[in-house]
Structure formats: C-alpha cells, structure tokens
Ligand binder design. Sequence first.
Ligand code: PLP
Ligand code: COI
Length: 346
Amino acid sequence: MEKKDLDWGSLGFSYMKTDYSYVCNYHDGAWEEGGLTTDHTVVLSECAGILHYCQECFEGLKAYTTESGDIVCFRPDLNAKRMADSEKRLVMPQFPEDKFVEAVKQVVKANAAWVPPFGSGATLYIRPLMFATGEVIGVKPADAYQFRILVTPVGPYFKAGAGKPITICVAKYDRAAPHGTGNIKAGLNYAMSLYPYELAHKNGFSENLYLDSETRTYVEETGGANVLFVDKDGTLVVPKSFTDSILPSITRRSLVHVAEHMLGMRVDERPVKFQEVLDGEFVECGLCGTAAVISPVGHIVDGDKEVTFEKGCEKMGPVMEKLRTTLTGIQSGAVEGPEGWVCKIC
Ligand code: PLP
Ligand code: COI
C-alpha cells in the first residue's frame, strides 16, 4: 500500500478529509449493521436533538505506524468504555464496546494510506462521535442517533511544537460543575471552554488551567488535557478531583502505570492545591492527553503571579521526557508495554 504524498513533518492539528469514515445509525431501538462511507457530510432535520439540547459525545485516539510497518492503535477498549460512560450520562443508546473497537480497526485499515509513516512525528487521529439525529422539541432524549468515526492525519497539538514548554494561564471561568459532566467527553464541555480559550490565546497563552469550580482552590485540568506535576523528590503528582469533574484521561492512567510499574517512580494521586504550585513545590509540569501526548508546561500565569517550573522551563524536564519516551515507545512498538495496550490493526 502506497502512503499519500503529504509533508507529514509539517502537519499541524487540523482536519483533512481522508478516503473513508465509518457510520452507523440507531433507530427503532436498535443499531444498524454500520460500515464505511465516502460521504463526509451529515444531513440533519432542523429539529434534531443535537441542535437543540446538545446530546453529543465523542472520543479521541490515534493510530501509529511501528518501525516494522504495522499499523496499531493504543488501548481502544478504554475509549469504547469511556464513550459508553458518556452515552449513559447523556441518555444516549450504548454503542457496543466490541463493535466500537471493530469499527476503529475497520476505518483505520481502510485509510491505511493516511497513517503517517514511522518516525514522521505525525499520527492518524481517530475521532469517534455520537449525536442525536431524532427530532425533539420538548426537553427529552431523542429516539434516533448516529455514531461516526472520522480519521485525519495530525502533527503536534500545540503550535509551539512537541517538546517546547508552553505557558498557560489560570482561567477566570469554570470548565465543569461539581458532579456535572466534566468526567465525560461531551461536546458541551468544550463549547463553554471556547470563550476562555480565545481569551487565553489573545493574551498570549497556549491553554487555560481550570481550578475546581466549587472552591477555586484545587487544580483540575486544562481545556483538552490532564495535568501532571513532578515534585522536588521526583514524585509524579497527579491532581485528583473530589467532585468528580476531571476527565479520566487514558494517557494519564497509562502514564501512572508506566511510572509506577515500569520506571519505578513514586506516584501520588491526590487533590493538589493551586497554592502548592504558587509556592514552588513542583519542578516540572506537563499536560497529557491523546492530542497533547505530554506537552511540557514551562510557566503558569495567574493574574499578576507567575510560576516557573525550574527543571522544565527551557526544555522538557527529565522526568516528563522519560515518561514521554516510554509512552511513545510503547505506542510505536519500540518498547514492550503491558499486555493488551497495543492493538494491531494491519
Ligand atoms: N482532558 C480533557 C478535557 C480532554 O479533552 C482530553 C482529551 O481527550 C484529556 C483530558 C486527555 O484524555 P485522553 O488521554 O484519554 O486523550
Ligand atoms: C484528545 O486529546 O483526543 C482530545 O479530544 C482533546 C481535544 C482538545 C483535541
């Protein structure tokens, strides 16, 4: 199979139409068989539930080319499970988890020519999504839905590029209500983050750091990634929400395992006060997620206060670097990871 003629190394994180998407419709209480489509558009009733009451959720994972030329993806079963949790919370029908994984494999295989080559620095981003197509006018769940998967080749999420520390700011707005929908991957969480996102960009910051909305005391996460810190003793400190409003990042959960079981590090998952960050308790900071991978944070600005991470402000700090090398090594097949993490597609 011949790869597409793209300048893989200069791709940013943006959408490019590929050959196939996957589509499957739900109506009359059941999912259709589903399959590949070359139609990358969606036609909806003006009264579709998604357009009024925002019944939508999505996922994000990536496909990689290994050194030996295989195409693989990383822990798709966890995306299937998290999507099922999102669907449940939004009163949407459950897309069977095994069907989800099969659909991911099918659409990636069909777009194999779009999976960036090994070592190019790019990957194929896979975006499963589900939305209400059924008509509703009173506030209630719809009775028809569409599940789709689009794929698109991508480069680094942050314009600063992989490895170069970014500066983020503490948002004056909230991302997720306590016990709300912050722990699921619903489009509505991102709609409300767009205004603060634009504001952060206008002020020269790459992302917003959100504090817990109940007390504005604890670190939660950023608009599109979980946060990691390294303390002075080299412990990986992972913010935990006591109001269940942080998205359970698959990258973060994998990194915690890698740190504890492969790198012999101490890991402390606990509520982290933003005051600890201001007090200089941490020497490295990073954002982790499928899109972000591990993006180092050099500085956090909160109004007129600024924190600099001593070991990670010029370039990615040593602990984040070790975590990133190990994780990306597992994802691209160079490092043996725990059984079942890497899923071969073709
Ligand atoms: N937090 C938010 C708000 C996200 O949008 C994402 C991206 O998926 C993450 C965290 C990271 O999650 P994952 O590692 O599963 O991609
Ligand atoms: C991902 O990392 O897959 C996400 O969905 C985050 C998004 C901000 C691009």
